[in-house]
Ligand binder design. Sequence first.
Ligand SMILES: N[C@@H](CCC(=O)N[C@@H](CS)C(=O)NCC(=O)O)C(=O)O
Length: 235
Amino acid sequence: MIQLYYWPTPNGHKITLFLEETGLPYEIKPVNIGKGDQFKPEFLAFSPNNRMPAIIDDDPAGGGAPIGIFESGAILLYLAEKTGKFIPSDLRGRAEVLQWLFWQMGGLGPMAGQANHFAHYAPEKLPYAIDRYVKETGRLFAVLDHRLRDREFVAGAYSIADMASYPWTTAYERMNLKIEDFPNLKRWQDGIKARPATARAYEKGKQFQSMPPTHPDARKILFGQDAATVRRYGA
Ligand SMILES: N[C@@H](CCC(=O)N[C@@H](CS)C(=O)NCC(=O)O)C(=O)O
């Protein structure tokens, strides 16, 4: 059984997309990030970055002690290797998927996250920051759109590279982007949205109610973190 430490955000959705596609048994352990569950010692013990998603696999290949994993890209890769699904086994196919997975982890996710932050959550509207991150997110959307001009999915068949990127493209309006400017991306998005596993994954998230990140209590927890926050772990 996979214990999934989860909250319904784009990074959380990546993992339920995978688990619903494969039917691998899992149990959701909610991590209400607006209330500070990411700082609970039992969570930090295997997810030291105080971010979700994270998993514990009680039944790792070859037996032995349960394995805990944090970072959504590492989790997707671990689960793909565990099941032999959504990543090709040949050298070239695997390299294609991995480069697009890492592209999402190092680029699209962080940039879209900052675009959203400065457009909606920053206490001051900082034109330079908004412009910088919206432009970069738009550039990354265009890279994905161009990639999808002559293929159905990002890298061969539907894979963990698609699952990583999809949740970061659906909230394009919050990044001040127009989906009509990215027609190939839109076609790809529509195809993923129509998959029954995608519907199930997003449905799973609806049972968890988030306090808006703009609520003063949530804002303090989510946007007030610094080095001292980490040094307090285990105190
Ligand atoms: N690189 C990490 C990022 C995870 C991340 O940023 N998670 C957010 C929600 S999407 C979180 O847990 N935030 C809690 C916090 O900021 O304290 C991953 O891909 O797993």
